[in-house]
Design a protein around this ligand. Sequence first.
Ligand code: FEO
Length: 397
Amino acid sequence: MEQKTLIKGNVHYVGVNDRTKHRFEAMWPLPYGVSYNSYLIEDEMIALVDTVEICYFEVYLRKIKQVIGDRPINYLIINHMEPDHSGCIRLIKQHYPDIIIVGNKQTFSMIEGFYGVTGEQYMVKDGDYLALGHHKLRFYMTPMVHWPETMMTYDETDGILFSGDGFGCFGTLDGGFIDSRMNVDKHWDEMVRYYSNIVGKYGSPVQKALQKLSTLSISAICSTHGPVWMENIPKVIEIYDRLSRYDADNGVVIVYGSMYGNTEEMAETIAAELSAQGVKNIVMHNVSKSHPSYIIADIFRYKGLIIGSPTYSNQIFPEVESILSKILSREVKGRYLAYFGSFTWAGAAVKRMAEFVEKSRFELVSDPVEMKQSMSDLTYTQCQYLARSMAHRLAKE
Ligand code: FEO
């Protein structure tokens, strides 16, 4: 039984899978579910690293007891306080009243605020150290990956990095939990979606964390979501490095709204010309159908962005406006941008999208195209020109 939880040495996986929830953070779709990972280090002293969502406490406690039986847990290390991981703190404390909670100054104010839990604690700062016996743990403060209290715990004995949300992804762990013993195909796309949706705003803090961890010899990455990475560590670090630098592949995302197909005809014209110019990676999202989660992931994936909106009540089409706001809140950088729009009796969408151009600081590759009512020969030519400008800019990459 115990062997099924073993990662290496005497470090065990005791996380759970959520195949029930429809929306992570009540926003982001979970077609493949999500795991909440927790880890147990069995030594002279026993440490539990992070917990899981509160509704899984019974199954979680059973998993813990399958590893350590009735031995008490000495330390509960809290790398991250978002409730998908901290949810069981109060119940763990009730079950193991002598447990010492390990965290930093910000962790403890959140534990008290969320759960009213006080008691014995070990407050750590960057570089502090805890010996469990054979295992020696070092703590690294990694603020804003993904909350201000976030830290990572490195097991110097076995080279295991307990990384909190860092290097995490959506997708449950079906049977196995170590990458080398499972099919992780679904997790790669789910990593880009997880990063862009959840951590995407914090590119600079992620870069600082990567820099801080760069000298560590890592044999396993134990994140709070997704597989334990052992075989694919360089690939996982590269994905997080690229995404946090807002580096992207050569390609174009066309994001548009359309009520009766006229604005969509502009989008189709642009896409066809991009293809004729040799652009292979073209992804089109109709905002009324695609969930923003997938649109944001593709914007993180590709360098070119083309946005189209009809005028709606003298404004940008609401679903397009919502995407623009999500792009700005993630502080996406370094995209090539073009935009277009339409109106029936008075134009507003194109004019208002100019504000987005200014705020985003993206490189505008062409003048916008504005269409009255339906496609004309002039609009068709302008759309082709816009597409060619984008293709030429991408070709210079
Ligand atoms: Fe999975 Fe930021 O919590």
